[in-house]
Design a protein. Structure first.
Length: 367
């Protein structure tokens, strides 16, 4: 009996050659490289990206509540918009920046990439950043009230308030930042100097009764001083104090989760607009940014180019900016937006008067 015939060899399929050793090594190396690149792309990089942020109409409302609300006094109708502008930050302690994020921002003309060390310390925590920004924002509101009331001729009240409480010190957990200091050991406090003199004037280990305003009520709390770290013979309770300005009538601000001082000028303009019969905007759409001090001086801000883009994107046709940013803004003004440099709150109001009358506006010098 004949033996069965062997199976025929498998048919040859063109293009299905088994990769050689060199090819397998190359594929493996490629996979390793891809994994390493993916890991590297997810690692944080020491840069900050600034992008246009949202705008808020300071004479408008947020969730149905006036952004700047003035009560128990005469106010006047307002029209148009006085937008405060903001920037978004990527790469600060709350949101580390990746390689891909930095590269994407680098090619976007409306975004800026900066070394992180220009804005934050290496050891700065998220809580520290949030606390600092909150203090700056609150101070901008207080300064705006002072500057605006000086313009309209209303009486200004100065309170001594706690601006910060140092963790691990006698006052920590006893006194809260933002509280007004009414008296110490029964003696009225009229200035920040009074607080320093009272504490330093008593021996280390003395007990002080601070009368503070807490939730609208006067509350007495006790704090025992300890040696100051750099002056052991001097008493220390661990608070920083400053001046908070207010009117005889309530002025409140709805926004509380925006940090930094750069909304000060726009807050002041909103207060003036509501307390005077003249319509500051004339129904137009105005935006701006600038710090302000109690005397009405307008100061430098961050992210001017991003704020210009954000303002125009929100529909503004006039932008008020600190005059110190003329060089930085040159060549970056969006079409349809007129930029006016100002140095004071009074100067900003004068510029708005000229704009309503279609007159000559201040401008940056031509370089």
């Amino acid at each position: 009996m004949d033996a069965p015939a062997p199976d025929p060899p498998p048919p040859h399929i063109p293009g299905r050659r088994r990769p050689g050793r060199r090819a397998r090594v190359a594929i493996l190396a490629g996979l390793v490289l891809a994994v390493l690149l993916a890991i590297a792309a997810l690692l944080p990089v020491p840069f900050i990206v600034l992008s246009p942020g949202p705008t808020f109409n300071t004479i408008g409302e947020v969730n149905g509540v006036p952004l700047v609300e003035i009560s128990e006094t005469t106010t006047y109708p307002v029209t148009g918009a006085l937008d405060m502008t903001t920037i978004r930050e990527e790469g600060e302690p709350r949101s580390p920046l990746t390689v891909f994020g930095a590269l994407a921002a680098w090619v976007d003309p409306n975004r800026a990439v900066l070394p992180r060390e220009l804005l934050y310390r290496d050891d700065q925590t998220t809580d520290e950043v949030q606390q600092r920004n909150a203090v700056l924002f609150s101070t901008s509101q207080s300064n705006a009230i002072a500057a605006a009331l000086n313009i309209v001729g209303e009486e200004l009240i100065e309170d001594v308030v706690v601006t910060a409480v140092i963790e691990g010190t006698p006052a920590f957990g006893v006194i809260e930042a933002g509280e007004r200091i009414i008296a110490i050991n029964g003696d009225e406090v009229r200035s920040p100097t009074d607080v320093a003199e009272d504490v330093r004037g008593e021996p280390v280990g003395s007990t002080f009764v601070f009368t503070v305003e807490r939730e609208g009520q006067a509350v007495d709390v006790e704090v025992v001083s300890e040696p100051k770290p750099d002056e052991p013979d001097v008493g220390y309770v661990g608070i920083n104090v400053g001046i908070n300005y207010r009117a005889e009538f309530p002025i409140t601000f709805t926004l509380q989760d925006i940090g930094g001082p750069s909304a000060g000028m726009m807050f002041a303009l909103a207060i003036v607009d509501k307390l005077t019969p003249e319509d500051v905007t004339g129904g137009g759409h105005v935006a701006g940014s600038g710090t302000i001090d109690p005397a009405g001086a307008v100061g430098a801000i961050g992210g001017i180019r991003q704020k210009l883009a954000g303002a125009r994107g929100a529909g503004a046709t006039l932008f008020l900016m600190p005059e110190v940013h003329c060089a930085e803004a040159a060549g970056h003004v969006p079409d349809g937006l007129t930029v006016v440099p100002v140095a004071t709150l009074a100067g900003a109001l004068d510029a708005l008067t000229a704009w309503r009358a279609q007159g000559v506006l201040p401008s940056c010098p031509v370089s």
